[in-house]
Design a protein around this ligand. Structure first.
Ligand code: 5RP
Length: 235
């Protein structure tokens, strides 16, 4: 991993301002005339706002969630179906954790399945995050796992067998239903020392739609908002 830092002209920025800064910094990776892959979350919302300022110089976006689609369209950015855009030059998204290899935990915003799909069809994954997301080992943030509802109990038991404690994510007291009509588990107690092996194994458990470890679709670049400015990590 290498890094460089753009000095921050205004010290003591809030977390929200840091998100704005990295969202704007991500514009430099957008290829003019292309369709841009867009992730989900509060940091990506800042990127979408920045993208709107150059919307006349792009052809549109492919989105990873209903929420991002609605925000893009409200700002006048056309959104294409993934099936109509075989390849994207860049995918910009946030993360809940990112390590020194560009491996990530994602899905805090419940969009992990579509995020993995759009990342898979992109040449470059640019992660935008504040520095609290940079970790040595993945697993402190509860790991999101999208599951088919009928498999919920058994997948929870499988996590218990490897030392994890899985809870069904709730919304208004009921299981949260994802954009894909499935449930989400949040798993604590994991220490993911081999993200590639972990992702490969859990992805094969029957009923698991998507595990929130992104090791096979890592970030190539991370724009990290820090007290001293935007730090660029390359992997
Ligand atoms: C959504 C995600 C987000 O990228 C992740 O949760 C980070 O979100 P935020 O920028 O709000 O901290 O994976 O599913």
């Amino acid at each position: 991993m290498t890094h460089s830092t753009i000095p921050n002209p205004a010290p003591a920025l809030t977390q929200d301002q840091l998100k704005t800064l990295v969202g704007q910094a991500a514009l430099q990776y957008v290829v003019q005339g292309d369709i841009v892959g867009v992730g989900t979350g509060s940091t990506v919302n800042k990127f979408i706002d920045a993208l709107a300022t150059i919307k006349d110089r792009i052809n549109g976006a492919v989105s990873s969630s209903v929420a991002s689609t609605e925000r893009l369209q409200a700002l006048g950015i056309p959104v294409f179906d993934t099936n109509d855009v075989p390849r994207l030059s860049v995918y910009i998204d946030g993360a809940d954790e990112i390590d020194g290899n560009g491996y990530m935990v994602k899905g805090g915003g419940a969009a992990l399945t579509r995020e993995k799909i759009v990342a898979a069809q992109s040449d470059r994954f640019v992660c935008i995050a504040d520095e609290s997301k940079l970790v040595k080992t993945l697993g402190a943030f509860p790991l999101p796992v999208e599951v088919i509802p009928m498999a919920t109990r058994r997948v929870m038991a499988q996590f218990a067998a490897i030392g994890g404690s899985a809870k069904i994510r709730l919304k208004d007291g009921q299981p949260l239903v994802t954009d894909n009509g499935q449930y989400l588990l949040d798993v604590t107690g994991l220490h993911i020392s081999n993200p590639l092996a972990f992702e490969a194994e859990v992805s094969q458990w029957p009923g698991v739609v998507t595990v929130g470890v992104f090791a096979f679709q890592p970030a190539q670049v991370c724009l990290l908002g820090t007290a001293s400015g935007v730090k660029t990590l390359t992997f």
